[in-house]
Design a protein around this ligand. Structure first.
Ligand code: SF4
Ligand code: SF4
Length: 80
């Protein structure tokens, strides 16, 4: 199994996402970006940036993104 860098990870349901980008603004670790391809509804959905580069902070599992999402499109997983 792939190692989780950082303490958490999220799963974004890209078909549920409406591309409001609130989650991108709220993430303190800058782990979310807008995807370049549209979903079936024609929105550019949010995408979790799983690869953590040097000098970057990984996802902490803080769940702020999930809390702010009006579409309930984000699930948060915390590393044990
Ligand atoms: S759980 Fe927190 S750190 Fe992880 S992607 Fe969401 S807002 Fe960012
Ligand atoms: S907050 Fe929810 S609906 Fe808005 S861009 Fe993020 S995942 Fe999509």
């Amino acid at each position: 199994m792939a190692e989780i860098k950082g303490k958490g990870k999220i799963k974004i349901d890209r078909e549920r996402c409406k591309g409001c980008l609130l989650c991108i603004e709220v993430c303190p670790s800058h782990r979310i970006e807008a995807d370049k391809t549209q979903n079936k509804k024609g929105y550019a959905p949010a995408r979790f940036v799983e690869e953590v580069k040097e000098n970057e902070k990984g996802c902490t599992g803080c769940a702020q993104c999930a809390t702010v999402c009006p579409e309930v499109a984000i699930e948060v997983y915390r590393a044990k």
